[in-house]
Design a protein around this ligand. Structure first.
Ligand SMILES: Cc1cc2nc3c(=O)[nH]c(=O)nc-3n(C[C@H](O)[C@H](O)[C@H](O)COP(=O)(O)O)c2cc1C
Length: 204
């Protein structure tokens, strides 16, 4: 038995795509200082050449990260572990005049090779990205970017890039709600992997 979502509530239908895997996006501010914010709407969209697409809110308010990316064309995708969940959420909170989210989070800088924004040392993987295209997708702008350089923490992944769940618990997000003085965010804890072998049909 399927339940239809009312037409008036279709905006909620994106939550049927849970869970999401938020990343920390680093960019450079106009004054050269570092900027960071979490974004979930990011996915690979091309293998050769390697590309990702990321959707950032544009209306009614343009994300500061989007302002930076539109100006510089560059950003770094940093993959956090569950241990960084509190800092990840804090990086989505507004800052006061003169405050800096990268400094507030106490992150250490990981110099990049191909782009100006650095990565975050505490994260487990890093994609240095350069925008090649953007699309007005609705209230978000969809950025398509080349991955120019990528690195990861040894031990967090195997040499064939299989995530090592004993050394790296990814931040997998399923829910958040806003209270007066805080936000509550629910993350999934993977309790292992499920491996299957599927035979080809006879005609292949
Ligand atoms: C787990 C999580 C995922 C988020 N995903 C997105 C996203 O995909 N796109 C987006 O525009 N905002 C997303 N946000 C909200 C931004 O992080 C938030 O608006 C932040 O203030 C933007 O920072 P900036 O204006 O400094 O760029 C997310 C927030 C959280 C906590």
């Amino acid at each position: 038995m399927k339940k239809n979502i009312d037409q008036g509530d279709l905006a909620q239908s994106v939550f049927l795509l849970q869970p999401s895997r938020p990343i920390l996006c680093t960019t450079i501010n106009t004054d050269g200082s570092l900027h960071v914010a979490p974004f979930s709407w990011i996915n690979p969209v091309s293998h050769k050449p390697p590309r990702v697409a990321m959707a950032l809110l544009n209306k009614p308010k343009k994300q500061n990260s989007l302002v930076n990316i539109e100006r510089t064309g560059e950003f770094v995708v940093n993959v956090p572990s569950l241990e960084l969940a509190e800092k990840l959420v804090e990086c989505s909170y507004l800052i006061k005049e003169g405050e800096n989210k990268f400094r507030r989070a106490g992150f250490n800088v990981l110099p990049s090779v191909k782009v100006s924004p650095p990565g975050i040392q505490e994260c487990k993987a890093h994609l240095e990205c350069k925008v090649i295209n953007s699309l007005d997708a609705g209230d978000h702008i969809l950025l398509v970017a080349d991955i120019l350089q990528a690195s990861y923490e040894e031990g967090a992944y195997s040499s064939n890039l299989l995530i090592n769940l004993e050394r790296f618990t990814p931040a997998i997000h399923i829910l958040n709600y806003v209270l007066d003085k805080s936000q509550v965010h629910v993350f999934l804890k993977p309790c292992g992997s499920h491996t299957i072998e599927v035979p080809y049909p006879d005609n292949q």
